[in-house]
Design a protein around this ligand. Structure first.
Ligand SMILES: NC(=O)c1ccc[n+]([C@@H]2O[C@H](COP(=O)([O-])OP(=O)(O)OC[C@H]3O[C@@H](n4cnc5c(N)ncnc54)[C@H](OP(=O)(O)O)[C@@H]3O)[C@@H](O)[C@H]2O)c1
Length: 231
């Protein structure tokens, strides 16, 4: 049966690939982006009339999230995917040099926003039957992965893991599964052209793994293929 998914950062990269794969298989997608009416989303909306709902959403803005919440009031959602993310500066986030303003910005997008979005759309998830909230984290946030460098980005993903585990425990009684994923090293603007896998492969794996997940998997941290990652 067709489901309704909401994807943040749906206009490019992994978010766009998730949107395209879900539309291909007949699901409805609420494609949330800062500019949901331009570029690839505009083309998709022209082809998938009635199946794709563009939603303007800056995940770092209380006002933008409140407006999006009003726009979706009363509409059941089966799956929410917190995908929007920011890597931060390529050079100044090391042990010896840090752009602290950029670090704060990375936390705004990668840590605070997933909770802000999950809180805002929790009533929609409670009204749906899928009852899943997935957040695209990263293996780079794993403390068990011998981390070095990229401190702003890594720490944001470690933090969002904790945020969403705490959120998952809070909504456990409502039987909403909260899932954390590493999407692979993916060929996107963030991952770069030399990354391991195309966004289509990551998206297909994520969707398959999310489909197969339920309360038994709540608060898990896994790859797009469903393999467990150490915290
Ligand atoms: N690519 C990889 O290898 C890799 C590996 C591990 C984890 N991840 C994670 O996977 C997720 C998607 O990454 P990606 O590779 O697809 O990155 P990407 O190509 O750089 O795309 C990032 C997306 O996030 C959106 N975004 C950023 N700030 C936003 C904001 N304030 N409000 C709304 N949207 C915002 C961007 O929108 P705009 O177009 O408006 O900027 C864009 O749609 C991220 O959470 C990332 O950390 C990626």
């Amino acid at each position: 049966m067709s489901q309704t998914w909401m994807i943040t950062g749906a206009n490019r990269g992994i978010g766009l690939a998730l949107t395209m794969e879900l539309l291909r298989r007949g699901d409805h997608v609420i494609a949330a982006a800062r500019d949901p009416w331009g570029g690839a989303l505009a083309e998709l909306a022209g082809v998938h009339v009635g199946e794709l709902t563009p939603l303007e959403l800056d995940v770092t803005s209380d006002e933008s999230v409140a407006a999006a919440k009003r726009a979706l009031a009363g509409r059941p959602l089966d799956v929410l995917v917190n995908n929007a993310g920011l890597y931060g500066p390529r050079d100044r986030q090391s042990a010896f040099e840090m752009d602290f303003d950029a670090w704060r910005e990375v936390f705004e997008v990668n840590v605070y926003a997933p909770l802000r979005v999950a809180q805002a759309f929790l009533p929609n998830i409670e009204a749906g039957s899928g009852r899943k909230i997935a957040t695209i984290s990263s293996r780079m946030g794993s403390l068990g992965g011998n981390p070095s460098g990229a401190i702003a980005y890594r720490s944001s993903k470690t933090a969002v893991n904790m945020v969403m585990v705490a959120f998952g425990n809070a909504v456990r009684a409502s039987e909403i599964a909260v899932l954390l994923f590493h999407p692979g090293w993916v060929q996107t603007d963030m991952g770069g052209g030399g990354a391991d896998i195309p966004a289509t492969e990551s998206a297909a794996g994520l969707i398959e793994t999310i489909d197969a997940s339920g309360m038994a998997e709540t608060n898990s941290f896994r790859t797009w293929k469903g393999e467990t990652i150490p915290w």
